[in-house]
Write a new protein. Structure first.
Length: 242
């Protein structure tokens, strides 16, 4: 059997454990059967970024048929839930060709997100990551996204036995985004953010956290193929200085 860690370029520096690895054409999803959504997603932001073209947003939300029916969410789970179908791998991060953008609309790449979170600070952070990726000294930008569940808090679910797959989908309490860059000198820099799944009014730098602490929450090492001494973590760097 082929090893996705050898074949998928976005997995070059490692990824946490998961129940099922869903390898796409341009990004990889580590899926959780228990939580009926991704445990993590990992991408290289528009790895063909030197291309000048871009495509329209697909908006073709759909179930991911690679996942057994009893473990996957369908569109009806979100209807009337009050939650957005929140992208983990951002649509605008993968928009060089149509099939690349289309894959971001698989429901395996979605988690239930509060509307004012999804459309405000989460979108702002995605935009800042793309600006970072556009810097001339940055060769590649890797992004790991992960839903977070706090087990000392009640977990809300959406969907019920009337939806097409007869399952509930837990609503994450928060989300983690870990951003790894490799520059033209081969240096690796890292920023990790933890944001609660609610309307947030702080600056992006307010949500910078230790990657070690974020790994504890998600349940797995993020960049386990990098020796710790070779990674420069930006724990307190203001977002406008990257």
């Amino acid at each position: 059997m082929n090893d996705p860690f050898q074949m998928q370029p976005e997995l070059r520096y490692g990824a946490p454990v998961c129940d099922q690895i869903l390898t796409g054409r341009f990004f990889t999803i580590g899926y959780s059967w228990y939580f009926r959504q991704a445990k993590w997603t990992l991408e290289i932001v528009n790895r063909n970024k030197r291309e000048l073209t871009s495509v329209e947003r697909s908006n073709n939300f759909r179930a991911d048929t690679r996942i057994p029916k009893r473990f996957r969410a369908g569109l009806k789970a979100y209807v009337g839930s009050g939650y957005d179908r929140g992208h983990l791998v951002g649509s605008a991060n993968q928009n060089v060709i149509d099939i690349q953008n289309s894959e971001t609309f698989l429901l395996s790449n979605m988690s239930p997100q509060v509307g004012r979170f999804n459309r405000d600070i989460w979108r702002e952070l995605e935009s800042e990551v793309r600006k970072l990726n556009e810097r001339n000294d940055v060769l590649e930008t890797y992004v790991l996204n992960a839903p977070v569940f706090y087990f000392d808090k009640k977990i809300e679910t959406i969907g019920d036995d009337s939806n097409e797959y007869g399952i509930d989908v837990p609503v994450p309490h928060a989300f983690v985004k870990s951003v790894l860059t490799e520059d033209k000198k081969g240096r690796l820099s890292l920023w990790t953010f933890e944001m609660e799944n609610k309307k947030l009014d702080g600056d992006l730098k307010d949500y910078l956290v230790s990657t070690y602490d974020a790994e504890q929450l998600v349940g797995g090492r993020f960049w386990d193929r990098i020796s710790g001494g070779d990674l420069h973590e930006q724990k307190k760097t203001p977002i406008d200085m990257w």
